[in-house]
Design a protein around this ligand. Structure first.
Ligand SMILES: [Zn+2]
Length: 265
């Protein structure tokens, strides 16, 4: 139990760095310099201003120096990163390659989720980095566990990259033909390819299916609540990210369950 708590704390510290990336990447700023500062009063933040989650609660969501409101996204990202680190440690052998991969992959997905939600773009550096990460990880797995009979994870990842690009290129082309406007952003193509590289083509299909399900439900709820009008642009990245995270942690169970529906005698 203690190590899970420790991993949660480490996750919240990583999450605090992800917040910096979420703010600075779409603005083209360096994620290292300058040191963290309040975007309004530019006061440089000291160590006790940067304690994940607790600083936000202690300061009641305001800058200590100018009282400007701090977005609730900050503690949320810190909490989510901590939680995903804990789930990764429960789902995968502690400190194994799969654990590290799950931790880094979910951190990249958290960045994409919030940048796309706030700025409607998927940063190339994250998606291209994610494609490389996935291909390298699955190559390492293919080399380390060359079991006969099991599908080669590297070929599955490579097929996932191609399928991700192709699928969203076709969906985009179809949307353009039907609705006469851009339905799929270029960023979504790269994000789908990243999910394919990291999860393999089978889990990519599951992630895309879950993403459409989620996007459909959320759009209906927002339409019903009057927060969305027909024809409004809704970023698809957050839905794809959610589908990808479910596939990462529960994909194998879901696929096994689904296949069992058909193969039970
Ligand atoms: Zn301030």
């Amino acid at each position: 139990m203690l190590y899970l708590f420790l991993l949660f704390v480490i996750g919240t510290i990583v999450g605090s760095f992800l917040n910096v990336c979420i703010h600075r990447l779409p603005r083209g700023e360096s994620i290292i310099f300058p040191a963290s500062h309040c975007p309004l009063c530019h006061q440089r933040l000291k160590a006790f201003d940067l304690v994940p989650i607790l600083t936000y609660l202690f300061l009641r969501g305001q800058c200590r120096y100018c009282k400007a409101p701090i977005s609730s996204r900050y503690p949320l990202v810190e909490f989510m990163t901590g939680a995903f680190f804990v789930v990764a440690a429960i789902k995968f052998p502690l400190l194994s390659l799969s654990f590290w991969f799950a931790a880094v992959f979910s951190a990249l997905l958290i960045i994409v989720f919030f940048v796309d939600l706030e700025q409607m773009v998927v940063p190339d550096v994250v998606s291209v980095g994610g494609i490389s990460l996935g291909l390298l990880y699955n190559l390492a797995r293919a080399l380390a566990f060359p079991q006969a009979g099991e599908a080669n994870p590297f070929w599955s990842a490579l097929a996932g990259v191609i399928l991700g690009f192709l699928l969203f290129f076709l969906i985009g082309a179809l949307g353009k033909f039907l609705f006469k406007k851009e339905a799929i952003g270029e960023g979504d193509l790269f994000l789908a390819a990243m999910l394919g590289a990291c999860l393999g083509w089978q889990q990519l299909l599951l992630a895309v299916f879950l993403a459409y399900l989620l996007a459909g439900v959320v759009s209906l709820v927002l339409l019903a609540a009057g927060k969305l009008k027909m024809g409004d642009y809704v970023p698809f990245g957050p839905a794809l990210v959610s589908g990808g995270l479910v596939a990462l942690f529960f994909g194998q169970q879901i696929l096994n369950w689904y296949l069992n529906l058909f193969y039970v005698v």
